[in-house]
Design a protein around this ligand. Structure first.
Ligand code: NAD
Length: 485
């Protein structure tokens, strides 16, 4: 396996614009840190607003020829990217662990998941099709075609550095769109490294452009307000998404928004508790709890609450915390000091309102930004932890006795990304599908993400869907033509 030092020496540190690796025009740089040690991993270019517009210029210049490239050619490039990524899975996994902190085994899982979008959309590209038919009056022919929307701008978060990029880039390229992507400043290396892979497999200059910056707002806004941009896709927090929607409104820009979540995890009294406990570990602690799909509120029927709490506490207390590169580590560091302070404040508030601390409950000694895997039980209504995204390894349990009350409490949030339900009762499962306000649901499973499925939320969790048959339509415009019979 490649060493950390060898790997970091191969990762680009410049901006990727129009097929060239270039320095930022301001001459400023960003240090990228390892959250497990605080050490600087790399120093990369810090783009200015002018660099952002240069990247958009490149995406605009490449748009017509990429849209005219046969779908089969676009598909083969995506397929080649998937093959390369899969062959180099260890390298990409290590890079993500270094800059984001997740354990290596989970980073490998993200390479597989993120890679699937390349394969799935390589298979979708040749199937973009329209419709043809006579009008009902019999006087005309109606022709409906699907066209690439044009140049796109992508803003991605730090928690899934590869998958959040491929989930947007793959359908855009499949549809015939060109791209400017701005990864999070905390984890930009994976996107830069992936752009180099795309260059190596032969994706033409200007089709994918990467800008990295410490001034996201100042660099993004002129791109979003530029009339040549045709689509904005954002994954990140709801407050930033709201701000970007305001900017996009000016030009009536098409947008996709993958925003925050506050997932309920409901365990009914008839649930298979072994399955519920296993799934709880995944739904809560995958990615160190730093996932938009992370179970945030465990609602457990009073009859099984103590047993469920005892069993999850046993499992959580046995987690091994450490740098994600170390063998056997299951919980890595949080992304930064702010994330640790937030987890700590949420736990303190819950305990102050009467919750029982079963394990964990404090930050761990540095270096690195670690928080002890935590279980709090009997969390009272009104606690901050039930309202806010925890984004850390903290499992918060409340109890209920009545199904209707569980549904009411599950829906008592402005978010609606994903819900998890554990029951052996099929009719009850169907009622939950109907009654929970959610874009996705895990019925007796703890992870729902799949490249072949439409990922996305309702309410303030966002707009649009990524993946599945729906995903490519985010990048296509429908054009209707009428001709005489
Ligand atoms: P964030 O909103 O702070 O940042 C996301 C991205 O937006 C980053 O690239 C950041 O640099 C950029 N950004 C921040 N302010 C900006 C501005 N004013 N203008 C333009 N860009 C700006 O979110 P985060 O902390 O990086 O990520 C965590 C959040 O992302 C959580 O809320 C999580 O639920 C959400 N998320 C959602 C999904 C999903 O698919 N629904 C997936 C992963 C993460």
């Amino acid at each position: 396996m490649i060493s950390e030092r060898e790997l970091l020496a191969t990762v680009p540190t410049q901006l990727y614009i129009g097929g060239q690796w270039v320095d930022g025009s301001s001459g400023r740089h960003i240090d990228v840190h390892d959250p497990a040690t605080g050490a600087v991993l790399a120093t990369i270019a810090d783009a200015s607003p002018a660099d952002g517009i240069a990247a958009l210029d490149a995406a605009v210049a490449a748009a017509a020829s990429w849209a005219a490239t046969p779908a089969r050619t676009r598909a083969e490039l995506l397929r080649a990217a998937w093959e390369q990524l899969t062959a180099r899975a260890d390298e990409f996994a290590l890079l993500m662990t270094l800059e984001m902190g997740k354990p290596l085994a989970e980073a490998r899982g993200e390479v597989a998941y993120g890679g699937e979008f390349l394969r799935w959309f390589s298979e979708e590209a040749p199937r973009i099709a329209g419709r043809y038919g006579p009008n009902p009056e019999g006087t005309g022919r109606m022709i409906v075609t699907q066209r690439p929307v044009g140049p796109c701008f992508f803003i991605t978060p730090w928690n899934f550095p590869l998958a959040m990029a491929t989930r947007k880039i793959a359908p855009a390229l499949a549809a015939g769109c060109t791209v400017v992507i701005k990864p999070a400043e905390l984890t930009p290396l994976t996107t830069l490294h992936f752009a180099k892979l795309l260059e190596e497999v032969g994706v033409p200059a200007g089709v994918v452009n990467v800008i990295t910056t410490s001034t996201s707002g100042a660099v993004s806004e002129p791109i979003i307000r530029d009339p040549r941009l045709r689509k904005l896709s954002f994954t990140g927090s709801t407050p930033v998404g709201r701000k970007l929607l305001e900017q996009a409104a000016q030009g009536v820009l098409r947008t996709s928004m993958e925003l925050g979540g506050n997932a309920p995890f409901i365990v009914f009294e008839d649930a298979d508790l072994d399955a519920a406990v296993d799934a709880a570990m995944l739904a809560k602690f995958r990615n160190i709890g730093e996932a938009c799909t992370a179970a945030n509120r465990f609602l457990v029927h009073a009859d099984v609450a103590e047993e469920f709490t005892r069993r999850v506490t046993e499992r959580v207390a046995a987690f091994r915390v450490g740098r994600g590169t170390e063998e056997g580590v299951t919980i890595g560091p949080l992304i930064d000091d702010r994330a640790v302070a937030k987890a700590d404040a949420l736990v303190a508030d819950a305990v102050a309102r009467g919750a029982q601390l079963r394990t964990g409950g404090s930050a761990l000694e540095g270096p690195g930004t670690f928080y002890a895997p935590t279980v709090v039980a009997d969390v009272a209504a009104g606690s901050d932890i039930l309202r806010e995204e925890i984004f850390g390894p903290v499992l918060a349990i409340s109890t209920f006795t009545d199904e209707a009350d569980a549904v009411r409490r599950a829906n008592d949030t402005e978010y609606g990304l994903v819900s998890y339900v554990f029951t052996r009762d099929l009719a009850r499962g169907q009622r939950m599908i109907d009654q929970l306000e959610t874009g996705m649901m895990g019925l007796n499973v703890g992870v729902v993400s799949n490249a072949a499925a439409p990922f996305g939320g309702v309410k303030q969790s966002g707009l649009g869907r990524e993946g599945g048959l729906e995903g490519i339509h985010e990048y296509l415009d429908t054009k209707y033509t009428l001709t005489p019979m």
